[in-house]
Design a protein around this ligand. Structure first.
Ligand code: SF4
Length: 368
């Protein structure tokens, strides 16, 4: 007998996955979701606080997944030793694989799994997510809740007759226009992405019904479910919605997003951290490292201790160099200039809005 399909949601400690848990809990209470978090042993205290708040709100435990559990060291330190002290970086991100993806994949095993991922409607990325065939990702905050691999398989020109048949089974009031679009083959001038977007814009619910019909003919986990409540999902959630959900629910916005004022040469600036993850994460921007140095000096010192044997967290400078008075002054000055240049509608209480170009980097496992 096949295993039951499991619904899972990873809580990274970031705002988007927390908001997704709240959103699904409120909108689709019929889904029996298992929540998990992969603990690297190097998270910020604020992350553990957020997890506690969420547990209280959801009335459910969030499963802690810890890799190398038998080790007497924190998971990160255990693997760092195995890698000979070689610090991870954006080009060699062994930490995400070892500390996030491996324990997750081990936990779900071969069970068919629907994994809900909090990538928002205002982001253009899929993130670094598991690609095991028994794990199917769903993106409830986007207009297109389906993953790229499903779209590629469904929207081939050879599937046009099937698409027509499935669309005719929907009750869409825009069927004529939809069928005209469906019949148009994908070509170098009419890209699949354009076709998909146009169909979604015409009738999202009918689009979802058709994708679901297609999935029933595949080996994807959703083929084992006869009804999927998210088919009616028309919502597109963007960054402001995320902060609203967190505040309205009482769970709250993780503390590290809150800006703190600082003064530099008589000028006022504000800094914070833009995302969750390990306190020494190499995806941090320079001003975030300074925030860590000034707000959590003990963590900065620990991060410095990892920089030995010629390995550094940043490619171009060490943490010891970064806190030289002249260097810090330069970083603060550049940062104040940058934030002052932003027009008023960009002024927001969260640094993440200022460092938003950095938000697409990284991975779905650590920062969403
Ligand atoms: S938060 Fe950064 S350092 Fe930590 S596991 Fe993720 S990518 Fe690696």
């Amino acid at each position: 007998m096949k295993n039951k399909v499991r619904h899972v949601l990873g809580i990274s400690g970031g705002k988007d996955s927390a908001a997704l848990a709240i959103y699904l809990f409120e909108k689709y209470p019929q889904l029996d979701i298992e929540y998990y978090t992969c603990d690297t042993g190097k998270e910020l205290t604020e992350t553990y606080q957020l997890i506690e708040n969420l547990e209280a709100y959801l009335g459910k435990k969030i499963k802690r997944l810890v890799s190398a559990e038998e080790s007497h060291e924190d998971p990160f330190d255990h693997f760092l030793k195995l890698y000979g002290g070689y610090l991870p970086s954006s080009v060699s991100r062994w930490c995400t694989r070892k500390l996030k993806l491996d324990p997750f994949e081990e936990w779900v095993g071969d069970d068919p799994v629907i994994s809900y991922v909090g990538i928002r409607g205002d982001e253009d990325r899929e993130g670094y997510i598991s690609t095991k065939p028994n794990i199917q990702s769903i993106f409830p905050f986007r207009k297109n809740i389906w993953s790229e691999d499903v779209m590629t398989k469904l929207f081939t020109n050879s599937n046009i007759p099937k698409l027509i048949e499935w669309y005719k089974q929907t009750s869409s009031s825009k069927l004529d226009r939809i069928l005209n679009l469906v019949q148009e083959p994908v070509t170098p001038k009419f890209l699949r992405a354009t076709k998909v977007q146009a169909l979604l814009d015409l009738d999202t619910e009918a689009f979802n019904e058709v994708v679901f019909q297609f999935l029933q003919t595949t080996a994807y986990p959703l083929s084992q479910i006869k009804q999927f409540p998210l088919i009616d999902n028309n919502d597109v959630l963007v960054r402001d919605d995320i902060f609203r959900i967190l505040k309205d629910s009482g769970v709250g916005v993780p503390q590290y997003y809150e800006k703190i004022s600082f003064e530099h040469n008589g000028q006022k600036g504000e800094y914070a951290r833009s995302r969750s993850g390990c306190f020494f994460c190499f995806y941090q921007q320079k001003i975030e490292w300074i925030w860590l140095y000034e707000q959590h000096p003990e963590l900065y010192k620990k991060a410095m201790e990892y920089e030995k044997d010629g390995y550094t967290w940043m490619q171009d400078e060490s943490l010891a160099d970064l806190i030289q008075p002249e260097r810090m002054a330069g970083i603060k000055e550049d940062y104040i200039k940058k934030t002052n240049r932003l027009n008023d509608n960009k002024k927001s209480p969260y640094l993440v809005d200022i460092l938003d170009e950095a938000e697409g980097e990284g991975c779905a496992s650590c920062f969403i």
